[in-house]
Design a binder for this molecule. Structure first.
Ligand code: SF4
Length: 273
C-alpha cells in the first residue's frame, strides 16, 4: 500500500464498534460537512467506479491498479449486505486490479463471501484492522479461518502494544501495516511497540509497512508532536523499522516528491526538505 494508491468508496458511513473508532476519519470528514456518519449511503455517482469506461470503451481504472476499498466505511457493515453482492460482481469483473478490503468486522467475512469464492480470488486482499491486543485476538482468528489468497493485518490506529507471534507463525499473513493515530485527541504510538512488531515480522519473514507515526510518537521517553502527514511518513521511514529494510534516503525522497506534486496540484508549497 502506498500514498499513490487509489480508493473506491461504494458506500459511505459507519458505526463505531471499538476503541480504534474513536477518532475515525469518516466521522472527522462528516463533522466538517455537517453529515451524520451513522446514515449509511450508497455512492450515487461512483458505485461502479472500477468498471466505468471512457468514450473509447476502455476502463477508466487502469489495469494493475491497487485499490483501497471502503476508506470511509466498512466493507462488511450489516446495512450493506445487498450492495455488497453488487460490489463482489464488480470486483469479479476486474481480475486485473487488486482490491484491498479493509474491515473491523472480520466475524462477518465468512458468511458474506460470494458463492464462487472457492479458495479465494487472486485479486482480493483481506485487510483486517485491529488496534490493540484485545482486538487482535478477537479478529485475526477469523481471517485465518477463511479461504483467501491474501491476508493482511492493519494495526492502525496503533494504540496499544500487540503480540502477533502466534498469528505470524501460521504463515498465512502476508503483510502487517502499522501506523499511528491522527486528528484531535490522538493517542500516542510508542517506538517500542513498532520495534516489537518489526522483530516478530523479521523472525517470520512477513512484510512490515510502518507507514506513518501519527500525531503523537514516543521514543526514549520523549513525546513528539508531529502534525504534518509528510513528516509523519518521513519519520516512520527514518525509524528503520520497515521490513524488509528499505533504502531510507530513496524512500524519503519519493515521499517528498509525491507530496510536492500533490501540493502543487492544490496550489500549495510543500514543507519537505
Ligand atoms: S469501523 Fe472503521 S469506518 Fe467504521 S467507525 Fe470504525 S474506524 Fe470508522
Amino acid at each position: 500500500m502506498d500514498i499513490t494508491d487509489l480508493t473506491w468508496n461504494p458506500w459511505h458511513g459507519c458505526h463505531r464498534c471499538s476503541e480504534g473508532c474513536l477518532n475515525c476519519y469518516a466521522y472527522f470528514l462528516d463533522k466538517r460537512y455537517g453529515r451524520d456518519t451513522n446514515q449509511i449511503c450508497r455512492n450515487k455517482s461512483n458505485f461502479d467506479y472500477p468498471i466505468k469506461k471512457d468514450k473509447n470503451g476502455k476502463y477508466k481504472l487502469p489495469s494493475d491498479s491497487f485499490v483501497r476499498v471502503c476508506m470511509t466505511s466498512d466493507f462488511f457493515l450489516e446495512e450493506t449486505d445487498e450492495w455488497r453482492k453488487e460490489a463482489w460482481n464488480i470486483i469479479r469483473q476486474r481480475q486485473d486490479v487488486t482490491f484491498s478490503l479493509l474491515t473491523k468486522r472480520a466475524h462477518r467475512i465468512k458468511e458474506n463471501l460470494p458463492d464462487d469464492w472457492g479458495d479465494g480470488w487472486d485479486n482480493v486482499q483481506f485487510a483486517v484492522s485491529a488496534e490493540n491486543q484485545k482486538r487482535v485476538d478477537e479478529r485475526i482468528p477469523y481471517i485465518l479461518d477463511i479461504s483467501a489468497k491474501h491476508r493482511w493485518i492493519s494495526i492502525k490506529p496503533f494504540i496499544g502494544e500487540v503480540d502477533l507471534e502466534k498469528y505470524l507463525a501460521t504463515g498465512k499473513i502476508e503483510t502487517v501495516l502499522a501506523g499511528g493515530e491522527n486528528y484531535m485527541g490522538s493517542r500516542p504510538l510508542h517506538y517500542e511497540w513498532v520495534k516489537k512488531l518489526h522483530d516478530q515480522c523479521e523472525k517470520y519473514n512477513v512484510q512490515l509497512i510502518f507507514g506513518q507515526t501519527g500525531n503523537v510518537f514516543v521514543k526514549d521517553g520523549v513525546e513528539y508532536k508531529i502534525r504534518s502527514r509528510t513528516d509523519q511518513m518521513v519519520q516512520a521511514v527514518k525509524s528503520g523499522l520497515n521490513y524488509p529494510h528499505i533504502d531510507i534516503d530513496k524512500r524519503v525522497k519519493e515521499i517528498c516528491e509525491i507530496r510536492e506534486k500533490m501540493k502543487e496540484a492544490k496550489g500549495q508549497k510543500s514543507g519537505c526538505n
